[in-house]
Design a protein around this ligand. Structure first.
Ligand code: SAH
Length: 285
């Protein structure tokens, strides 16, 4: 029997943002190959008996190289296994999903892709920022702030600024100052509203708001670190007013659910929907 690989977007953090189709694929998996930043509540959905392979582990700051991940997917599928490749956010939004499909296609392996909720949109939404708004922008640009080793950012700031749309930078924390000066040099106004959302959609989400000119200073004061998105544009101006997530009644509370695994899920889901930071504590069945 031949195996297959399903790329599944796990969403940005809140386990409730995993799609129904993604959850079903996970329930059928025999092998799950997963990244860093996948919520423990989603990892808990991996069926008992399935092989779970963590390729996001940081041993001496090195994750498993992409080439090796591709090989694992190929090998397991060739062994006849149903493989789920679980990736943060959406698999094709700076997720290297395309690279993984290439090797599968070349080797005649069946594959499917289940899109996920990308952090580019969801972290903003949970921080009260609608990425588009009819009154102020007609486009949305998702940009990587990642530099190739030792190289400068490869971003056409002039084109971005001329476009006048909302800008969302992923992987941009380390390059924040460079991004801001690129935009200013390309003519963007100093007082353009801007924000950063750290660990978006998780109970530990933090938003840092300001203008383009003071964002680096404010982010440094708050110690904002990766993973975070940087959002630039008029849509950030109302974030304070629209910040529904941090006003949830159980926001900031940590709750330990001690029910047996089969009965914990429903309660945890309800508590999470009220903003609580829920940990399920396995107890004897
Ligand atoms: N495929 C993913 C993005 C992978 S690149 C997606 O669609 O979301 C990794 C970057 O995504 C991080 O550097 C950060 O910029 C962003 N990111 C991922 N999860 C995030 C979260 N919960 N909150 C804020 N940013 C996040």
């Amino acid at each position: 029997m031949s195996g297959n690989v399903i790329l599944v977007g796990a969403g940005p953090g809140d386990p409730g943002l995993l799609t129904v189709k993604g959850r079903e694929a996970l329930a059928q998996a025999e092998v799950v190959v997963y990244d860093r930043l996948i919520s423990p509540a989603i990892l808990a959905m991996i069926p008992e008996g399935a092989e779970a392979i963590d390729v996001g582990k940081r041993a001496a700051r090195h994750t498993v190289p992409q080439r090796e991940i591709n090989q694992i997917l190929l090998r397991k599928a060739q062994e006849g296994k149903h493989v789920v490749r679980l990736k943060g956010g959406d698999p094709f939004v700076f997720g290297r999903g395309g690279e993984e499909l290439e090797i599968l296609a070349e080797n005649g392996i069946d594959f499917q892709v289940i899109p996920g909720v990308t952090s580019a949109v969801a972290a903003a939404a949970y921080a009260g920022i609608p990425v588009t708004h009819r009154d102020c922008c007609s486009s949305l640009h998702i940009v990587t702030g990642h530099r190739r080793e030792g190289k400068a950012l490869d971003i056409n700031f002039r084109a971005l600024v001329q476009g006048g749309g909302t800008l969302v930078f992923l992987m941009g924390v380390g390059a924040l100052r460079e991004i801001v000066s690129g935009l200013l040099e390309a003519g963007m106004a100093l007082d353009t509203p801007a924000a950063m959302v750290e660990r978006g959609t998780t109970p530990r989400q933090r938003r840092c708001g300001g203008t383009l000119s003071n964002l680096p200073e404010r982010a440094a004061e708050m110690g904002i670190s990766s993973p975070a998105v940087i959002v630039v544009g008029q849509v950030c101006a109302q974030a304070e007013k629209f910040d529904w997530f941090s006003r949830l009644p159980l926001k900031g509370r940590r709750i330990l659910v001690t029910r047996p695994k089969e009965r914990a899920g429903a309660l945890s889901e309800k508590l999470r929907a009220l903003g609580a930071d829920v940990t399920e504590f396995p107890c004897i069945r």
